[in-house]
Design a binder for this molecule. Structure first.
Ligand code: ADP
Ligand code: MG
Length: 311
């Protein structure tokens, strides 16, 4: 993930949104986008992180199928706002890791220009933004069912950054809606928080929060700015004392544009769970893969020898 500059004039170099060529588009196309609340939130938060945001607020109102992600990142001017949410349009380094890649893709989460376009088929999407450095340019646009309305001046006086609002979420996915409607809000908020927690850990300089609508729903995630991943790990997982297995450098392996990092609570910690064994590839949390399985095996071995020592 990029270094976070916050809404204070620093941050990633601005790159205009441009279409990917058809051949690159075909190579980097993602698997079928599963419409779920957590995956929608994660994609929007990844965009906010890519924009160098230091504050990201997620608001969810399940009863009215409403989701909003507000950030203080680099924002977009009217030209970029016009292009964003068009399929295959991205401001990020081209082409991932495959042929035709320009090698910079590892620095950002996004590179396909797919998330907003695909989300716009599941809700009415409103994107409001003000770019850094130009207070007069606050614009918004509404995209519904993949079709964009003309961009307009943002109705509110807004700060630098971007707000993406999803209304009438999953209007055309009755099964997804039914599951959401039947679920207690707190449980859904916690699922979203669990999906975001590893991202918050690996981006310690961003403050991330998730809020629900009902008075009873408590905020399941609210992170402060931390100087390092280790500090974030300790704060987010208070049951651990945040031991990495060795100094942080040795928990990271690099080959070319690939960076694999590992974050583990010591096997001697009293509270251990999957949440304390985290694997990231280029800053992207990696749920279950061959590498994470090897890590779990090694962890289990370390655990049993620790138990043996303790006995
Ligand atoms: P990708 O992230 O792969 O580029 P997306 O559909 O997620 O594709 O986003 C399209 C483009 O819209 C991004 O490349 C970026 O330029 C712009 N964008 C999206 N969200 C934000 C945001 N929160 N802040 C600034 N720019 C954004
Ligand atoms: Mg994206």
């Amino acid at each position: 993930a990029p270094e976070s500059g916050g809404g204070d004039g620093e941050g990633p170099t601005h790159r205009a949104i441009r279409p990917l060529s058809e051949s690159v588009c075909g190579k980097v196309r993602g698997s079928v986008v599963t419409p779920s609340l957590a995956s929608a939130v994660v994609e929007l938060v990844l965009n906010s992180l890519d924009a160098g945001s230091s504050r990201i607020q997620v608001h969810i109102d399940l009863a009215s199928f409403f989701l909003e992600v507000r950030d203080n990142g680099a924002g977009m001017g009217p030209d970029d706002l016009y292009c964003c949410a068009l399929p295959g349009h991205t401001s990020k380094p081209r082409g991932g890791w495959g042929p035709g890649a320009d090698g910079g893709a590892a620095a950002t989460y996004g590179f396909r220009g797919e998330a907003l376009a695909s989300l716009s088929h599941f809700c009415t999407l409103e994107i409001a933004s003000r770019p850094r450095g130009d207070p007069s340019q606050a614009f918004s646009k509404v995209v519904s069912d993949g079709r964009s309305a003309p961009i307009a001046r943002a109705p509110e006086r807004r700060e630098v950054g971007t707000t993406v609002t999803c209304r009438n979420l999953f209007f055309n996915r009755p099964v997804v809606r039914k599951v959401l409607q039947g679920a207690p809000e707190q449980r859904e908020l916690c699922a979203v928080a669990s999906a975001l927690r590893p991202l918050a850990l690996v981006n310690p300089s961003a403050c991330l929060s998730v809020h629900g609508s009902s008075a009873g729903a408590s905020c399941p995630l609210s992170t402060a700015r931390h100087p390092s991943v280790r500090h974030a790990f300790a704060a987010l997982l208070p049951q651990t004392r945040a031991h990495a297995p060795a100094p942080p450098e040795s928990t990271e392996a690099r080959r070319g544009a690939m960076r694999v990092s590992l974050l583990l609570a010591s096997p001697l910690e009293p509270a251990r769970s999957r949440e304390t064994q985290l694997l990231f590839v280029n800053g992207r949390p990696c749920a279950r893969c061959a590498v994470s399985e090897r890590v779990e095996e090694a962890y289990a071995r370390a655990l049993s020898s620790a138990r043996f020592r303790d006995a």
